[in-house]
Ligand binder design. Structure first.
Ligand SMILES: Cc1cc2nc3c(=O)[nH]c(=O)nc-3n(C[C@H](O)[C@H](O)[C@H](O)COP(=O)(O)O)c2cc1C
Length: 173
């Protein structure tokens, strides 16, 4: 599979995970921001796209969402989501659901297999509110991100099968 990492990162946390994954898979990692010119990367050249975002008020980054809403894809691509967060409630689920709906609206698949990484907040208040973030990301968190990404590329055959099954199902309808 030919992977690429697309991510947004307001404060640099998600970028850290994006760079770990890209270095593990020896692929590019590209930051999506408001000024991102989508013609600089041809997403059609890839069949495994890692998407990374922080969580902002239970939502994914708006620039990443805009990019996904505007992308134009004819081939089947597998999307895999990684997030960085404070671990607040089920905001990870809300973000997953939003990205999934956006990706599926483009006829694509978002894998259920996501990676989430806690990041200690920058302020005393955030550290008090979210004590479980203390010390994160750990070296283990970073190595788990690499492992997670590596396993995606290894499980190529089963992911590919899923695409075919879904395509066939679509053909019947
Ligand atoms: C305005 C704002 C809202 C946030 N909302 C949430 C949230 O709803 N749930 C959560 O777990 N973390 C939340 N966070 C924490 C961020 O998701 C976390 O710091 C993330 O790593 C930021 O990624 P970035 O540095 O790549 O921008 C919020 C942070 C900010 C600044």
């Amino acid at each position: 599979m030919k992977p690429i990492v697309l991510y947004s990162s307001k404060g640099g946390n998600t970028e850290k995970i994006a760079s770990e994954i890209a270095s593990e898979l020896n692929c590019s990692y590209i930051k999506i921001s408001k000024d991102f010119n989508s013609s600089t990367v041809n997403i059609r050249d890839f069949d495994l796209v890692f998407l990374g975002t922080g969580i902002y008020g239970a939502k994914p980054d708006a620039d990443l969402l805009n990019y996904l809403n505007e992308m134009n894809l004819k081939n089947n691509v597998i999307f895999a989501l990684f997030i960085t967060w404070f671990g607040r409630g089920t905001t990870d689920r809300a973000v997953y659901d939003k990205i999934k709906a956006t990706v599926e609206a483009k006829g694509q698949i978002l894998s259920e297999n996501c990676y989430s990484c806690l990041f200690e907040g920058p302020s005393i208040i955030s550290r008090r509110l979210f004590p479980k973030t203390r010390g994160h990301p750990t070296a283990e968190d970073l190595s788990n991100a690499r492992k997670w990404a590596r396993e995606f590329t290894k499980n190529k055959s089963s992911i590919g099968k899923k695409v075919e099954e879904i395509s066939r199902r679509d053909d019947k309808t």
